[in-house]
Design a protein around this ligand. Structure first.
Ligand code: NDP
Length: 470
């Protein structure tokens, strides 16, 4: 009987493409899917690659086709389906075997699953995969969490299927248990922020300048040749250029302005807050998607809040260069907040995350790949002053040059009545982080007034109270 070193459960968009990628790199892979009709269809549409595919009609058949110690990738919908698949696999596996969850799991689930399976003598890797359908098929960025010896057992396969940046695989073991899935979550949070910033630029040009999508596309295409070079800027140009085959109008104009979200953006914000941080640019992006769902209320608000509309007076003119600089600055801020969150989680969970390695494996394959990541990796290697990417000398210089444009962009949005929540959040954070004396002195005084919380004095001493104390 033909056997394989690795199995894969879940032949949806990502699983099917990942299985083809593995087969193409010369590894046999046994495949199973809950809806079993999908298995035969998948193998028969695989062409020459079918040679390396073993169709398993049941989890038992899949396990039987694997060489011990067995390794099974689970690529199903995140949440309860992963637990359901693990429950079916667990009695079929032997100590030393391994389950790899390659979906977008919440890292708390990954920590729980890892601990439970470890008790049963089974290894568990939480493996974040980024790059969408195309990435899964031809080379994603792969963020792994788990034990080193478990990763070593499949490292050659993971590195073979990963995207390459100048020949180096964009895959790494980043830390134990939930580290890989946490990094993938923050990756997605940064992706939310980047997309929101791009959408805000589109809004300023569409509603502020009455510019047609085709013209905005040209701008993004040009920016993609400069410091903003990135996958998301590249595909924005493509998307804005596309025409609806049914009406002949720009495709983007035919799409309902209500965005979906599956959880990773929200998880980033929740984790940031629970770690005493605020990834405010990402938060603004998640919030914008949430408010996009209130479409009927927004339509009603146009009339109800008509009186709050701006006069338009005093709104500064914006050049294309301003928008380019503003996007660059806000993008750096979003990454910086994401990196700080990674650092905070690393300390909380004892992961020892290496930010430089993370930036390096994001340079190709993943959705947020961009020209900036190489510089970010170099800055992280040198050590970030106070742990902040925005303080790294090259980035601090870049932000100093771009800050006036970021200010004009936010001012233009505010005075023209065009919402720019992510740009605003980015600017507010930049200004917060260059303010030696903030305004929390007053917050502390108020807290002391109504709750006798006490405060520190600037001339020394803690637990002090103000003269208002009764
Ligand atoms: P699809 O919807 O294309 O496929 C879902 C898969 O999950 C199918 O194989 C389905 O089997 C299986 N499944 C669902 N529920 C169960 C269950 N209870 N028991 C067993 N199998 C089940 O999803 P994707 O491939 O897009 O996503 C898979 C994972 O990858 C998710 O965690 C997703 O968040 C993540 N991901 C997705 C990306 C993307 O761009 N699409 C990018 C990166 C990660 P069946 O055919 O029987 O329904």
């Amino acid at each position: 009987m033909k056997t394989a070193r690795i199995g894969l459960i879940g032949l949806g968009v990502m699983g099917a493409n990942l299985a083809l990628n593995i087969a193409e790199k010369g590894f046999a892979v046994a495949v199973y899917n809950r809806t079993t009709e999908r298995i035969g269809e998948f193998v028969s549409s695989a062409g020459d690659l079918a040679e390396n595919l073993i169709a398993a009609e049941s989890p038992q058949a899949l396990v039987a086709a694997l060489q011990p110690p067995r390794a099974v990738i689970v690529m199903v919908k995140a949440g309860a389906p992963v637990d359901a698949v693990i429950a079916r696999l667990r009695p079929l596996l032997e100590p030393g075997d391994m389950i790899i969850d390659a979906g977008n799991a919440n890292f708390h689930d990954t920590r729980r699953r890892e601990a439970e399976l470890r008790k049963a003598g089974l290894a568990f890797l939480g493996m974040g995969v980024s790059g969408g359908e195309e990435g899964a098929r031809h080379g994603p960025s792969i963020m792994v969490g788990g034990q080193a010896e478990s990763y070593e057992a499949i490292r050659d396969i993971v590195e073979a299927i990963a995207a390459k940046y100048e020949g180096r695989p964009c895959a790494a073991l980043l830390g134990p248990d939930g580290a890989g899935h946490f990094v993938k979550t923050v990756h997605n949070g940064i992706e939310y922020a980047d997309m929101q910033l791009i959408a805000e630029v589109y809004g300023l040009l569409r509603d502020g300048d009455r510019r047609a999508p085709e013209r905005i596309a040209g701008l993004f295409a040009r920016w993609n040749e400069g410091p903003l070079q990135s996958y998301l800027v590249e595909i924005t140009a493509e998307v804005l250029r596309a025409t609806d085959p049914l009406t002949g109008r720009p495709m983007v104009e035919m799409i309902v302005d209500r965005a979906g979200q599956k959880g990773t953006g929200r998880w980033t914000v929740i984790e940031a807050l629970s770690l005493g941080q605020s990834a405010s640019t990402i938060e603004a992006a998640v919030g914008a998607r949430s408010w996009s769902a209130a479409r009927e209320a927004r339509a009603a608000g146009a009339a109800i809040l008509a009186g709050a509309a701006p006069s338009g007076e005093g709104a500064p003119a914006l050049s294309d260069d301003d928008l380019e600089q503003a996007l660059l600055a806000a993008r750096v801020v979003a990454y910086s907040q994401g990196f700080s969150l990674l650092q905070a989680a690393s300390e909380e969970y004892g992961w020892n995350l290496d930010l430089a390695t993370i930036a390096e494996i994001w340079r190709a394959g993943c959705i947020i790949r961009s020209g900036l990541l190489n510089d970010m990796a170099a800055a992280a290697r040198q050590g970030l002053p106070h742990g902040l990417l925005i303080f790294a000398p090259d980035f601090a210089r870049m932000l100093a040059a771009a800050a006036p444009a970021l200010r004009r962009t936010v001012a233009r949005g505010a005075l023209a009545g065009l919402p720019v929540p992510a740009f605003s959040a980015a600017l507010a954070w930049l200004d917060t982080m260059r303010q030696p004396r903030g305004t929390t002195d007053l917050i502390q005084a108020l807290r002391d007034f109504f709750g006798a919380h006490g405060f520190e004095r600037i001339d020394g001493g803690t637990g002090q109270h103000g003269p208002w104390a009764k």
